[in-house]
Ligand binder design. Sequence first.
Ligand SMILES: Nc1ncnc2c1ncn2[C@@H]1O[C@H](COP(=O)(O)OP(=O)(O)OP(=O)(O)O)[C@@H](O)[C@H]1O
Length: 264
Amino acid sequence: MTLAADRVSRAADGRLILDGVGICPPPGAVTGLLGPNGSGKSTLLRVLCGVLAPASGVVTLDGRPLADLRRRDVARRVAVVEQQADTLVELTVADVVRLGRTPHRRAWAPLSGADERAVHDALERTGLADRADRTWHTLSGGERQRAQIARALAQEPRELLLDEPTNHLDLQHQHDLLHLVRELGVTSVVALHDLNLAAMYCDHVVVLRQGRVVVAGTPGEVLTEALIADVYGVRAAVTDPDADGRPHIRVLGTLTRERAAPAR
Ligand SMILES: Nc1ncnc2c1ncn2[C@@H]1O[C@H](COP(=O)(O)OP(=O)(O)OP(=O)(O)O)[C@@H](O)[C@H]1O
């Protein structure tokens, strides 16, 4: 058992932005959180890690309500990489990654050998070892993103929540990152916009629309032409070239545009 949400709701400005959401990410697997802009992906990730409390419903970690657990115990288990994670202080890459060890250390205790190994390993795995001493403001957007992911890895989480982690990353680093997440074998929930990346790397996908789960299942079950038209308003050709349940999606056009200007 791991992290799960049961009938979770949350409102903002008098409007429900999560409306009875239930998700049960398979342990040790990668779950993709999909859905259009504003569908509630980031809010759900923040509720799953306890940063936001649900107005109703419950999030559990190993069957225990998150609200009953100590913040520090949750932080030892669950690592989060938010969108546009930034730091204002003048830290080096290694300093940022060391922050990932905070939940494992006593206040003011120096870094142990195990802490340093975890930091070193995280820098290696994200390809940042040669930039460990660089200051944050000298990094490119993609390097900053990778440094935040390295921080999350240094935390040695059993649950990993990533909000659009491939933003800012070039093609190679997008694939390297999602490959790495798969290889970690921790329970991961990853908000993604790219359906082909979701199909390639996720074991399970959950599609949100206006704060509700539309459908959940394997990429092959969920990512159909009908679903993509319905949820995204996009006409797509979906094929499964390797017949492995990992579909390939080719966008043919947007339905709003086609309706506005029908083909003559
Ligand atoms: N603090 C807030 N106050 C008011 N509205 C909010 C607040 N936080 C989120 N919302 C609204 O809730 C909805 C869901 O937002 P959320 O960021 O969770 O969506 P998302 O699926 O992650 O979107 P995107 O793909 O654009 O990142 C949006 O309409 C957003 O404007």
